[in-house]
Design a protein around this ligand. Structure first.
Ligand SMILES: N[C@@H](CCC(=O)N[C@@H](CS)C(=O)NCC(=O)O)C(=O)O
Length: 298
């Protein structure tokens, strides 16, 4: 995990909700935690509202007696002052459009940490210079400021948050499921690579990648998620599948769920998870962004 501590050299280059009671989405630690202990008091509402995005928040619905709304803060720009960095506040630096950052944002929500981890959205197109200079020298999102350190890399961060913060565990204890989780976490980058290369023509690459997902989703019958129950593995894949599905459908008339009932069910169940819903982007914007990014002549 890339970590910068208070006083780290600046400019070092970097190597590179849960859900409804009715859902089978019971996080692993539900076996050892009382849900009443993990949820959720109303958030202190953020007051900057120039780009206000309001979404309902109950990150672990089964535990939430009350609903509240998190008013998402506007993205900070080159004109914005930095937050009071290393003042003891835990901050998650994201971009609203970044799928890697979205993984960490979902994890924060699904663990009910909305009032423990403050979201700090950054406008990547008009990035404040202090972000690289004072917060995270690799100058990417996501980054997590916690205990006088700033850490990056989304797959590391979701594990870090799961292990170091309260809330339901999102990783299994069972050895077999842990091993399968590792396999799937290792596969996610090749999955992304295969799907993205299919954009340029070879649909077969996407077929192989989505067939792998369909087969992975068939392994455990005790729930619709990769490990049966909802876990970090679902969080690792969701932001990407959220983008690939509408893009492939519109641009390649390729329905990723056709002939893949497990994937269809996974998408349906993921969409019921409130900690994820709050982070979802507009499919129209995803398609437009992907067109610009992957199909524009360079
Ligand atoms: N491997 C990193 C990738 C993070 C990443 O590439 N983030 C993009 C936004 S989606 C970023 O910050 N790009 C800014 C840049 O590269 O300058 C992770 O998993 O966290």
């Amino acid at each position: 995990m890339a970590t910068w501590t208070l006083g780290s050299p600046i400019g070092v280059s970097h190597p590179s909700s849960c859900s409804d009671v009715s859902l089978p989405c019971i996080p692993f630690s539900s076996r050892r935690l009382s849900f009443s202990s993990i949820i959720i008091s109303p958030l202190k509402l953020q007051r900057q509202v120039s780009r206000r995005r309001v979404r309902p928040v109950i990150s672990v619905k089964m535990a939430a007696a009350e609903a509240f709304q998190e008013v998402l803060p506007p993205a900070l720009t080159s004109a914005s002052e930095p937050p009071p960095i290393f003042d003891g506040t835990t901050r998650l630096y994201i971009s609203y459009t970044c799928p890697y950052a979205q993984r960490v944002w979902i994890t924060r929500n699904c663990k009910g940490l909305q009032n423990k981890i403050q979201l700090v959205p950054i406008n990547l197109r008009d990035r404040p210079s202090w972000y690289k200079e004072k917060v995270y020298p690799p100058n990417k999102v996501p980054a997590l400021e916690h205990n006088n350190e700033v850490k990056g890399e989304s797959l590391d961060l979701i594990r870090y948050i799961d292990s170091n913060f309260e809330g339901p565990s999102l990783f299994p204890e069972d050895q077999g499921r842990r091993e399968f989780a590792e396999e799937l976490m290792n596969y996610v980058n090749s999955f992304r690579g295969s799907v993205v290369s299919s954009f340029k023509g070879d649909r077969n690459e996407a077929d192989v990648a989505f067939d792998y997902i369909e087969s992975a989703l068939s392994k455990y019958g005790d729930g619709p998620f990769f490990l049966g129950q909802f876990s970090l593995v679902d969080i690792a894949y969701a932001p990407f599948i959220e983008r690939y599905q509408p893009f492939l459908l519109e641009v390649k008339t390729y329905d990723i769920t056709a002939g893949r009932p497990k994937l269809a069910a996974w998408i349906e169940e993921m969409n019921k998870i409130e900690g994820y819903q709050q982070t979802k982007g507009d499919p129209r914007e995803h398609v437009d962004n992907f067109r610009k990014r992957f199909l524009s002549p360079s």
